[in-house]
Design a protein around this ligand. Structure first.
Ligand code: FE2
Ligand code: FE2
Length: 314
């Protein structure tokens, strides 16, 4: 391809971005755009499947058959989200086996929120309400992401996430209207999950490394701090409905702006967890690697079956 040809292709890429159009897998795109998307979609996919662990931990201990059935469906949904996202990443020319390998060897990350333990049943409520709630705030703008396959995957994911959020809220609502001990359990879960949930939006804008370019490319639509604010504004009134106290003495509603002011989380904790020093990092990764190794026979059987089908056609 001539140098001029390349320049013309990049012009058409930029024109599509400027017109708020969608980039599709066969369209020309800058290398940095492709790499950024692969990194982000892979990290997102990894988060969906690692996120199955803290909740999977409670499937066998759910307090009723109804709760167990709902939780199993929820955890299965997360596996499905992982599948859509690995498929979306593959449209960019990578192999999901390589992406999994990068997860297993620590070369790609997943959301740090899943490195916290689920200590009580109320944590399952808090995860649905806060963690899936934060995921929705992060992901709704991704439905308008400039990369078509990612944007389309997000539409379906977001619909399912809103069910997840409501099931979490309903668990807490039941506990908050139960015995004093149950309500205290709900409060304890909120106390532990509040700050890590705020950290899900990433570092503050002033120290966020990838943001500016991602905004220019239409991958990211709002800054970390904007999204964090949106989450606080959405969640605090819901805590009031539950009769729970958000564990922040600095929380004040500002009539003039219509927003809550709040205390920033301790980002040194975020950086420590991202670096691998959270309470469950090692356990999560070891469990994932073991599940992958235990599943080797399934991949082999599927590949052998596919080869036989091909032979039958030929
Ligand atoms: Fe999900
Ligand atoms: Fe979810």
């Amino acid at each position: 391809m001539s140098h001029l040809g390349y320049a013309a292709l990049m012009d058409s890429f930029q024109a599509t971005i400027d017109a708020d159009g969608r980039i599709e897998p066969r369209d020309a795109m800058p290398d940095g755009y492709r790499k950024t998307l692969i990194r982000q979609i892979a990290q997102h996919a990894h988060s969906e499947i690692i996120g199955m662990q803290p909740e999977g931990n409670w499937i066998s201990r759910a307090p009723s058959l109804r709760r167990k059935a709902i939780l199993m469906a929820k955890v299965q949904d997360e596996a499905g989200h992982g599948l859509y996202l690995y498929a979306a990443a593959e449209t960019l020319g990578v192999d999901r086996a390589d992406l999994l390998d990068m997860l297993h060897t620590g070369r790609q990350k997943y959301s740090s929120i899943f490195n916290y333990p689920t200590l009580t049943w109320a944590d399952i409520g808090a995860i649905g309400w806060l963690v899936d709630g934060a995921a929705i705030v992060n992901q709704v703008p991704l439905c308008r992401c400039s990369y078509g396959p990612y944007a389309r995957a997000m539409v379906r994911v977001c619909k399912e996430e809103s069910f997840h959020q409501r099931q979490g809220f309903e668990i807490l609502h039941t506990l908050c209207n139960g015995t004093e001990g149950q309500k205290a359990m709900a409060q304890d879960a909120l106390d532990r999950w509040w700050w890590p949930s705020l950290m899900m939006f990433g570092p503050p804008d002033a120290s966020s490394t990838h943001s500016e370019q991602s905004m220019a490319w239409g991958i990211k639509r709002h800054s970390n701090d904007e999204l964090r604010q949106r989450f606080v504004d959405m969640t605090v009134p819901q805590a009031d409905v539950l009769g729970l106290r958000v564990p922040d003495d600095g929380l004040v509603y500002d009539e003039s702006t219509g927003h809550y002011s709040f205390t920033e989380p301790d980002y040194t904790e975020l950086y420590a967890v991202v670096k691998g020093n959270g309470p469950c990092n090692e356990k999560r990764l070891a469990h994932r690697v073991k599940a992958h190794e235990d599943g080797a026979w399934v991949r082999e059987a599927a590949a052998a079956y596919a080869a036989k089908q091909q032979e039958a056609v030929a």
